[in-house]
Structure formats: C-alpha cells, structure tokens
Ligand binder design. Structure first.
Ligand code: CTP
Ligand code: MG
Length: 242
C-alpha cells in the first residue's frame, strides 16, 4: 500500500446542534462521513481508510461501511473508537493504520465535517507528497480581515495587532504527510491530546512544532467545514447544484 487516510468522525457536533453526532448527520440523504469517505476512495490514490467513531456509535458507524469497504468502491474501511479530542482521535486512527496498513508511506488526515471536499483535492495533496513534500496542507485565501486580540480582566478584548491579510490562509483537509513524520509529531505532542484546551485542531501544527516544513497546495470552496446549521444549509445547496 502507498497511502492510507484517517477520517476523523468521532466528534459530537455540539455547534451543529443535531440529535445525531455530526458525522452521521445526513447531507442530501447520505451521512457526512460517507460523503467524505467516498471522495477519498474516488480519488483512486487512497488504499485504505480508518474512520474514528464516537465510542457510543461504533456499531452505527461500522454499519455504514458494509463488507468493510467504502460504499461504491473496493477500498477497505476500518472503524475504530476515537478519543476525547480531535488530536486524540487522529492518534487513535494512526495506531490503527499501523495495524491495518503498516506498509503505507503516506497518510492523509481528513475531517468527516468537510463532506464535500472532492477527489481532485485529495489527488492534489497526494501528488504534492509524491513529488517529495513531507507535509502538505490545502489552503484558501482569507477574505475577512483578521485581528489578534488578548483578553482583558473585565471580560472584554483588546486588539493587539492586524496581520497582513495577504499572508494569511485558511487551512482545510485532507492534510497529507509522510507517515513517519506525522507519527513522530503526534508522539511529541501526545501530552496535549486529552485536554481540549491544549489539543491542536490541525495536524500540521504538530508537524510545525517539530520544526519541519509544511507546504501549501490550493484548497477549494467545496471543502468548507460544516460546523453550524448555516454551513449545513450551504452544503445542501452546493450539493444540489453539483
Ligand atoms: N473529531 C474527532 N474526535 C473528537 C472531536 C472531533 O474525530 N474528539 C472530528 C469531528 O468528527 C470532525 C473533525 O474532527 O470531523 C473536526 O471537528 P469539529 O468540526 O470541531 O467537529 P465536532 O467536534 O464534532 O463539533 P463541535 O466542536 O461543534 O462539537
Ligand atoms: Mg470540535
């Protein structure tokens, strides 16, 4: 095998406010996690997918991958329990990759919440890895002006600085890595994994903390992260248009 993917789907989706964990919420009648898994399989550059599930929904998630494959493909899918934070879930997914796809050189980390990220984007990330990059993130330009702030004792906030917007990027998934590098980065950051206030929200951050270089490839608007119900409405419109 060449490339495995960890598909994070163990979150509860608090901000979405649905009865179901976010990954199980339907988009055009299909759960978000199945959309995301299909894009990975349809890319034809991913050989196996490890899905992190909420422990209480392990069975429900497993049932979404009949025969242990991504629906509509022959790509094997393995569902494992995630952890208390996204970082812990990715670490659990990486441990499972060791078991089921231990010969892969490359690993992608993708969020079920980015259900409409397309196979083209997956291929772009893997192509950059194949060209020799060891850490790759898809990015889009930031349209809002962004300010760095600090908290005040009275509960308010003070603006500290306004970074030059032309140098800022919003980061998407799938992110791609040399498996060895990502494993090393997760091992080095493991003490933060179980604490939501200290855990990282993206894997590239852990790789940067090692001092390794992280390269950018163009992201895509469809790879938006579905966080709120307004995002889900937008994704429904994007899906019905495509
Ligand atoms: N995730 C995970 N394990 C966790 C937390 C999050 O695998 N303990 C996954 C989510 O399922 C999602 C991705 O990480 O695909 C990005 O997280 P986010 O968008 O924050 O999803 P949730 O944590 O589910 O949402 P919320 O923060 O609103 O509760
Ligand atoms: Mg979250």
């Amino acid at each position: 095998m060449h490339c495995a993917a960890v598909l994070t789907a163990a979150g509860s989706g608090t901000r979405l406010g649905h009865d179901l964990p976010k990954a199980l919420v339907p988009l055009g009648g299909t759960p978000l996690v199945v959309h995301a898994a299909r894009a990975l399989a349809d890319s034809r550059v991913v050989d196996a997918v490890v899905v992190t599930a909420p422990a209480a929904q392990l069975r429900q998630l497993t049932d979404l991958f009949p025969g242990g494959t991504v629906p509509g493909s022959t790509v094997p899918a393995f569902v494992v329990a995630g952890g208390p934070t996204r970082q812990a879930s990715v670490a659990a997914g990486l441990a499972a990759v060791d078991q089921v796809a231990g010969d892969c050189d490359l690993v992608l980390v993708h969020d079920a919440a980015r259900a409409l990220a397309g196979p083209e984007l997956v291929r772009r990330v893997v192509a950059a890895l194949d060209s020799g990059r060891r850490a790759v993130v898809p990015c889009v330009p930031v349209t809002d002006t962004v300010k760095r702030v600090r908290s005040l004792p009275d509960g308010g906030e003070l603006v500290v600085e306004t970074p030059d917007r032309s140098t800022l990027r919003a980061v998407q998934t799938p992110q791609g890595f040399s498996r060895e590098l990502l494993q090393r980065a997760h091992r080095a950051g493991a003490d933060r994994a179980d604490d939501e206030t200290r855990a990282v929200s993206d894997d590239a951050g852990l790789v940067e903390a090692l001092g390794a270089e992280v390269y950018v490839v163009p992201g895509e608007p469809a790879a938006l992260k579905i966080t709120t119900s307004a995002d889900l409405d937008l994704a429904e419109r994007l899906l019905s248009r495509s």
